[in-house]
Design a protein around this ligand. Structure first.
Ligand code: 4NP
Length: 152
């Protein structure tokens, strides 16, 4: 799961998918990173932590790190939150094989519509709740696709 800062959207996506992978007893490694290095080592934004907690998902243990070229080798699927993340991650890819791993996460809900998970950083608590709801929905779809073999 990749966003810009790795303190709002991608740790939320990471926390939700980790929780659901565990609940479904799936053997899947989930992690997140940011394309920027501003917040490396930081906890998720407190507004995202609070929103997550109020809905029963813990993300306070996560720490921000920067996406690196090595992640292309480590992971089979790389979900990005918006088109800016997509272009930043694609710039680090070493060819078609790596580029094919990179997907806009909301394409799993709305194929080919190129929708973005809006950046809530300068927004209100309402915006954080909207991010939670979107990522909750899309991680349900991802879990189903892992279970039926569409994502592997
Ligand atoms: P994120 O949100 O990419 O969802 O983690 C942001 C966090 C920090 C900044 C921008 C977006 N920032 O400019 O510091």
């Amino acid at each position: 799961m990749v966003c810009l800062g790795n303190i709002c959207r991608s740790p939320m996506a990471d926390g939700l998918l980790r929780r659901k992978v565990k609940e479904h007893n799936l053997n899947v490694l989930v992690d997140s990173a940011g394309t920027a290095n501003y917040h490396v080592g930081s906890q998720p934004d407190h507004r995202m932590i609070e929103t997550a907690k109020s809905r029963g998902t813990n993300i306070h243990d996560l720490r921000a790190r920067q996406f690196s070229k090595k992640d292309f080798q480590e992971f089979d699927v790389i979900y990005v939150m918006d088109e800016s993340n997509l272009s930043n991650v694609n710039q680090l890819s070493a060819g078609d094989n790596e580029r094919e791993k990179v997907k806009l996460i909301l394409d799993e809900l709305h194929p080919n519509e190129k929708r973005s998970v809006p950046d809530p950083y300068y927004g209100s608590m309402h915006d954080f709740m909207d991010v939670y709801d979107l990522l909750d929905k899309v991680t349900d779809v991802i879990i189903e696709k892992i279970k039926n073999g569409e994502i592997r």
